[in-house]
Structures are given as structure tokens and as C-alpha cells.
Design a protein around this ligand. Structure first.
Ligand SMILES: Cc1ncc(COP(=O)(O)O)c(C=O)c1O
Length: 418
């Protein structure tokens, strides 16, 4: 049984008077869910690792859910951890692994967060889950709300392409488009959450932020209790860095893991506030104006809720950070697809670009055990792949035309080789 002892402030230690208060009234930071795990012993670990449950819920005791009956699951977690021999050879890493989260139920890492967040929301008796998002979070919240029997509302700013919210709509979400920019839509979202008592599914929700601890637990299990030297994470709000750090810290506190992995933030140059704060040695993350980038799912200029916690996780793990160019990101996407068979969206492939850069710089050594989180499916953003009109032009149904086309395809593949 998961014992949720309280929500408390990570700065001043204030304890929330209710399970529905998510922010410290003094420090104005997102509270942290504290789950009682001190009683767990080595024999619990052996028991957990033997459980047949191939989802994040094998590690139920570590999540802020009081009873298993509240769990809302679509089979999330225990995604494949693949040894990437050919890709590793290409970028100079002999022990490269890929954590393939493209196969999560809605195609992105957000399912780790929402499985936990929505389960807790249902346990607390909320009826409507809400989020402001144009992409992966919207689809994931809508899917888990549908599975839980809750309503869902997805707020989006005007001007976004309908393709972005189609998946959320398919799960039955009410999609509401707001005139104005993202900040204006966000202000309305905040007001509506208060006014209508919706369950807030952003990173301002402490329960949801615990979900990505599952990376730490699964990797620990899948690597047979070994801890990687490096885990590289496509980074936007900072939740993944924070949660992996917390998950591993819990394993260390129990004496199960012997050390923390070094965490790496991989961001697009166009939106790299966490990388920049890390490199400048700042104690907080300064917002930037995010520019357009192929890594659109991680285009966050102001990670105001959890950015500072992600930054702390990077520092405390003696990690690293890399801001990648558009070219590096697209090359990584192509290498990943062509050398491993994993088709990830550009944002989800950026960890590979960071591995390549840090290896070239010598930050990561050739024999280090490296895990790249691959966080979103390529079909989320098919427009990132170009296919020329020439390739699509039909040929005559005869062998010599086929031969000509195959030769052309061969030379353009060679030309386009990264
Ligand atoms: C594909 C993808 N990768 C990674 C992230 C990283 O988010 P975070 O830094 O909050 O873990 C996101 C979410 O914004 C995402 O959609």
C-alpha cells in the first residue's frame, strides 16, 4: 500500500492542510508528494522485482496513491530498454541503451505522469481533468481521463494546427480554443481550474510529477540493479530530470542502489533555459523567449513550475547539459530510425543528439553505460520527415523503370546520409 504522508513545500517544509492544495502559500512553489518508504527492506525489493506486473505499478509503494483500487492503467511502463549496437558504433559508445517510450499507450512519456496523476485525481474524487497543451500532454490526459471515467478539457491557444489536438479529441476531450497568445490562454486556464474545480494536470500538480520516477525504477530493474553512468533526457519543464533524480535518490536511501546516475538535459538551442542556467551556474532558471524548433514538443521557454528542480537534479547528480541545433536534432532522428528501427519525433530523438555531442566533446567516455530516453513517437509529427515529389511520382509498371528509380533512390539515400 502506498502511504501518502503529505504534500509539503520543498523550500520551507510547510505541510499542506489538504490533499488538494498544490502550492506553498508562502514560497509559491509546487509542493512535493511525500510517500512513506522507510519501512521497505531488501526483501521487498526482491518481491517487487519478481512481480508479474509489467507496468509502472510494479513499484506501487513508491507512488502517491493510497489504494490499488484507484489505479487507472493503460499498461504504461516497462517500455523496452534496447542495446543499440549499430547506433552506438556510429556515435562512439560501446554501451548505449535506448529507453523506448514511443511505445507508451498514447505515444509519449506523458503517460508515466498521467497514469499516476489521474489515478490520484480519481482517488480524490475529481470529476474533470484539465490541461493546457497543444501536444503530447493533451492526448495523454484525455486518454487517462477516458480510462478513468472522468471528463477532460483541453485548452489551446488560437492558431494551432488541428492535427495537434486530434488525438485528444478522439479520446473525447472537450477542446477549447482561446483567442490570444499562450499566456492569455494560460491565465484563463488557471482561473477556470479554480472556478470549476477541475483537476489540474500540469506540472503544477505534485502527484503527476511523481510519475516519471518510474524511469528510475524500471531502469534499475531492467539493468539488473546496475546504475547507468549517464541518463540523457529530452527536457522541457524539468519534471523528468527531477523525478529521475528523486526515484534514484529513494533507491539509494533504501540502500538498494549504490549511487545516482549523472543526468543530462537535452534541449533545443531555440528553447534552452535549463541548459543555459546550468552552464551559467545560476541558482534559478531565467525564462527565455522560445523560438520555433523542430523539437516542438519541448519548446518551453519558461519552465516556471519545475525548471528549478530539474536544474537542482542536474547539479546534484554531477550531470551535464546540451543545447542542440536543428541540424543535430534531425540527424539524430534519422540515425535513430535508420540504425535502430525506432521512429521518434524530433523532440524524442534529441537525447541521441546530445549523446553524440557529449561523446565528441569527451564528456562521456566510450565505455560509459549510457541510456537515452526516447520520449515521443515519430507519428506525432510526421511533417518532420520530408519525402520529395520525385519519390512519389509513379513510374511505369516495368522492370527497367523500377531499376532506374531504385538507382535514384540509392544515390539520394547516399546523398542524404548523415
Ligand atoms: C516528447 C517529449 N519529450 C520530453 C518532454 C520533457 O518534459 P520534462 O522536461 O517535463 O520531463 C516532453 C514534454 O514536454 C515531451 O513531449
Amino acid at each position: 500500500m502506498g502511504i501518502v504522508s503529505s504534500l509539503s513545500c520543498p523550500k520551507c517544509g510547510w505541510k499542506a492542510p489538504s490533499s488538494r492544495v498544490f502550492q506553498c502559500t508562502t514560497c509559491a512553489v509546487v509542493l512535493e508528494a511525500c510517500v512513506e518508504i522507510k519501512h521497505l527492506t531488501r526483501s521487498h525489493l526482491l518481491d517487487i522485482r519478481k512481480r508479474p506486473d509489467a507496468t509502472i505499478w510494479r513499484w506501487f509503494e513508491f507512488f502517491p496513491i493510497a489504494g490499488r483500487s484507484a489505479i487507472v492503467s493503460l499498461g504504461e511502463g516497462y517500455t523496452p530498454l534496447l542495446r543499440a549496437g549499430r547506433l552506438g558504433e556510429e556515435i562512439g559508445l560501446s554501451r548505449l541503451y535506448l529507453k523506448n517510450d514511443t511505445v507508451l499507450p498514447t505515444g509519449s512519456l506523458k503517460d508515466r505522469s498521467n497514469a499516476v496523476g489521474i489515478s490520484r485525481g480519481r482517488e480524490l474524487g475529481f470529476k474533470t481533468a484539465a490541461v493546457i497543451s497543444t501536444g503530447n500532454a493533451a492526448a495523454s490526459v484525455a486518454a487517462y481521463a477516458a480510462a478513468a471515467g472522468l471528463q477532460s478539457v483541453v485548452i489551446v491557444p488560437a492558431g494551432i494546427s488541428p492535427a495537434k489536438v486530434i488525438q485528444a479529441r478522439a479520446y473525447g476531450a472537450k477542446v477549447v480554443v482561446i483567442k490570444g497568445n499562450f499566456e492569455e490562454a494560460a491565465r484563463l486556464y488557471k482561473t477556470a481550474v479554480q472556478e470549476y474545480g477541475w483537476y489540474d494536470c500540469l506540472s503544477t500538480n505534485p502527484y503527476r510529477n511523481e510519475g516519471k520516477k518510474s524511469y528510475a525504477f524500471e531502469l534499475f530493474d531492467q539493468l539488473d540493479e546496475h546504475v547507468p553512468h549517464w541518463i540523457i533526457h529530452p527536457t522541457a519543464g524539468g519534471t523528468g530530470l527531477y523525478a529521475m533524480w528523486k526515484g534514484y535518490s529513494e533507491l539509494v536511501s533504501l540502500g538498494w542502489a549504490h549511487r545516482l546516475p549523472r543526468l543530462v538535459a537535452a534541449q533545443s538551442e531555440a528553447a534552452a533555459p535549463i541548459v543555459s542556467a546550468f552552464e551559467k551556474g545560476l541558482a534559478h532558471v531565467e525564462p527565455v523567449t522560445a523560438r520555433a524548433t523542430v523539437a516542438e514538443s519541448i519548446q518551453v521557454g519558461n519552465p516556471s513550475s519545475m525548471g528549478w528542480r530539474g536544474l537542482e537534479a542536474l547539479r546534484s547528480s554531477k550531470g551535464a547539459a546540451a543545447a542542440l541545433s536543428e541540424r543535430e536534432i534531425l540527424e539524430a532522428q534519422s540515425l535513430l530510425a535508420c540504425l535502430t528501427g525506432i521512429f521518434a519525433e524530433p523532440a524524442g530523438s534529441i537525447s541521441v543528439a546530445a549523446a553524440r555531442r557529449l561523446r565528441t566533446q569527451g564528456t562521456i567516455a566510450q565505455g560509459d553505460l549510457v541510456v537515452c530516453n526516447i520520449t515521443g513517437h515519430g507519428l506525432k509529427q510526421p511533417s518532420a520527415i520530408t519525402i520529395s515529389d520525385e519519390e512519389l511520382r509513379p513510374i511505369a509498371p516495368d522492370l527497367s523503370a523500377l531499376q532506374g528509380r531504385l538507382q535514384k533512390a540509392e544515390s539520394s539515400a547516399r546523398g542524404g546520409k548523415v
